[in-house]
Ligand binder design. Structure first.
Ligand code: C2E
Ligand code: CA
Ligand code: CA
Length: 560
């Protein structure tokens, strides 16, 4: 076949070229412009010559190998290659032409530009293995990475998995919106990436869960060190458009026990350890051990039962008197949640509050407590022969503090007929101080209703004291841990004295929690504390039992 007749290639819409086959090898003789464009052939340079002169070394071997195959097979051979310095991807169909004697004289190549298709394929492969928000590998990729790492542990090293579960992340999502939640997750991911060791890899495991695969581990302390570095990442607040947000993480660790270990075992155990960390009060690191698995199962059961508890009327409110020291009289009650579990009996909040918060169930349960307590206090007020109304103090969890909460409270007051000033909402110092920017509007709305705000567990949250001034609060509740040591510890006495004088200077009343002994009571009175609450006066009890106290306005004797 003559070269001129091959000029038909010029009219092919697809990139095409022709090669002559001879004893000396393969020689390019013709190519249409589409082919020249795709391989990036310089316009000022004459096309043609030995394959070695036309093709770059990197692709030459691929071409020649498939050219030969086409000649030998006497049929079309397709192959994939790249062109123009790797910028384009081609699929080339190479057909041999034979002369009348059956000798191959030419090879015709018809190429297809599959660059775009390859890009899409790569993007798809990336997407199925990465989280689009943080750009981190996702769960699918994590499993692959873990499996890989486990295979490579034959040398005797181990694989550690660090599971990071963000605490109260839902609070941010609920109150600031999902965009803020997304932004926060991204910042968290970037911060964690910076503290990883070379060779370790991080993935986004789920909503607010991240995981780190640690390779080449000899002992658990190395993994623990990684977890500790991750935890320190949360020391500083995260700056969002909506303001600074403090976050903590519950971290679980699991270590492989040999190359036969399985990714799902490691993931399950690290997850269980993180759950355990969460149930132990969050912001901590736990290493997996066997009993943890049982506890994880138990937690699942609690969660399942908790979803049904409200509907089955298993929740109860117990009331504990608040006593004014100067007149030794009951001025009101703190409402404390209990769960009458069908199998496990009466549970205190410590047993289920963490789960209620994690699952968001605290929001409906919390409004139920609010309605119930307001209704109870209102009944006591109408039954009581005393003028001064009783107050009822209700605990409010971080997740409840979203804008709608103001109307929930308004509704509870309206429905029960309880005057707003008889309702105290207890918010822990930690939530009040760390999340101020987030809950500022909610607090203002609550104050506008006329309800009172108490800072619960005061002394545990490291408040900058001057900061308290800017908050619309009415009272402080000194945490039980400081009251415990009264009469024995000089330091506790000094702290209580300082809190009392600070509170008074700010015009706040001060309540001591956990008063158990007459000694503590007399110490508190001499320190000028206003109110107390504790087993010394009464344990939290059901409304019917407490009712006697309301009517009698029980007077406590001063200790001898
Ligand atoms: P808290 O608000 O600090 O409540 C005081 C806790 O101390 C109560 O535990 C109470 O029973 C206990 N206590 C009272 N006097 C004494 C005492 O003299 N000695 C000792 N050792 N303890 C005393 P409880 O009822 O188990 O509640 C634990 C925590 O659960 C509460 O701590 C509060 O933070 C939370 N909580 C309770 N009810 C609710 C609720 O309805 N909603 C929310 N969000 N949290 C609640
Ligand atoms: Ca409280
Ligand atoms: Ca408290």
């Amino acid at each position: 076949m003559d070269a001129p007749r091959l000029e038909i290639l010029e009219h092919l819409p697809q990139p095409a070229f022709a090669v002559t086959v001879g004893d000396d090898g393969f020689e390019f003789v013709l190519a249409n412009q589409a082919y020249l464009d795709i391989i990036g052939w310089p316009p000022d340079q004459q096309f043609g010559g030995p394959a070695t002169a036309v093709l770059p070394d990197a692709t030459l071997a691929t071409y020649v190998e498939h050219f030969m195959r086409a000649v030998v097979a006497r049929s079309v051979v397709g192959f994939e290659t790249d062109a123009n310095g790797g910028r384009r991807s081609l699929v080339v169909d190479c057909s041999p032409l034979f002369d009348s004697a059956g000798v191959c004289t030419h090879l015709i190549g018809i190429a297809r530009d599959v660059t775009e298709q390859k890009r899409v394929e790569a993007a798809l492969a990336y997407h199925t293995r990465h989280d689009p928000l943080t750009n981190l590998p996702n769960r699918v990729k994590l499993v692959e990475t873990l499996a890989d790492s486990l295979l490579r542990t034959r040398g005797g090293s181990l694989v550690g998995l660090v599971f990071i579960d963000l605490d109260e992340f839902e609070v941010v999502n609920d109150s600031l919106g999902h965009d803020a939640g997304d932004a926060l997750l991204t910042v968290v991911a970037r911060r964690i990436e910076r503290v990883l060791r070379a060779g370790d890899s991080i993935a986004r495991f789920g909503g607010d869960e991240l995981a780190i695969v640690c390779n080449g581990i000899k002992e658990i302390d190395e993994v623990r060190a990684v977890a500790e570095r991750v935890q320190r990442v949360f020391d500083d607040p995260f700056a969002l458009d909506a303001g600074d947000v403090f976050l903590t993480a519950s971290i679980g660790i699991a270590l492989s026990n040999g190359a036969d270990d399985r990714p799902d075992r490691l993931m399950r155990d690290a997850d269980a350890a993180a759950s355990y960390a969460k149930s132990r009060g969050r912001a901590s690191i736990e290493v997996f051990d066997e009993p943890m698995r049982a506890r994880a199962l138990e937690r699942l059961e609690v969660e399942r039962d908790l979803r049904l508890a409200l509907g089955r009327h298993e929740m109860r409110v117990h009331y504990q008197p608040l006593v004014r020291f100067d007149q030794s009289e009951v001025i009101g009650f703190e409402a404390l949640l209990r769960w009458e579990h069908p199998q496990r009996g009466l549970l205190s909040p410590d047993a289920f509050l963490g789960d209620a918060e994690d699952t968001g169930l605290i929001v409906p349960i919390g409004s139920w407590v609010l309605h119930e307590s307001c209704a109870q206090a209102s009944r006591w007020a109408t039954e009581s022969e005393y003028e001064t109304p009783l107050v009822v103090a209700v605990n409010v969890a971080a997740r409840q503090l979203v804008p709608e909460f103001v109307s929930t409270v308004e509704h509870a007051l309206a429905e029960s007929g309880l005057p707003a000033e008889s309702l105290v909402l207890e918010i822990t110092e930690r939530v009040l101080v760390h999340d101020t920017e987030r809950i500022g509007g909610v607090l203002a709305g609550l104050c506008a209703l006329g309800v009172q705000i108490a800072v619960d567990d005061f002394g545990t949250g490291q408040t900058a004291l001057a900061y308290l001034k800017s908050l619309p609060i009415h009272s402080l509740k000194i945490d039980r841990s400081f009251v415990d040591g009264l009469g024995e510890s000089e330091e506790d006495a000094a702290i209580v004295a300082a809190v009392v004088s600070l509170g008074h200077a700010l015009g706040l009343s001060v309540t001591a929690e956990g008063v158990e002994t007459p000694r503590q009571l007399s110490e508190l009175r001499s320190l000028g504390c206003d109110l107390g609450q504790g087993y010394y006066f009464a344990r939290p009890q059901p409304g019917e039992v407490v009712r006697a106290l309301v009517h009698r306005r029980f007077q406590w004797k001063q200790p001898a």
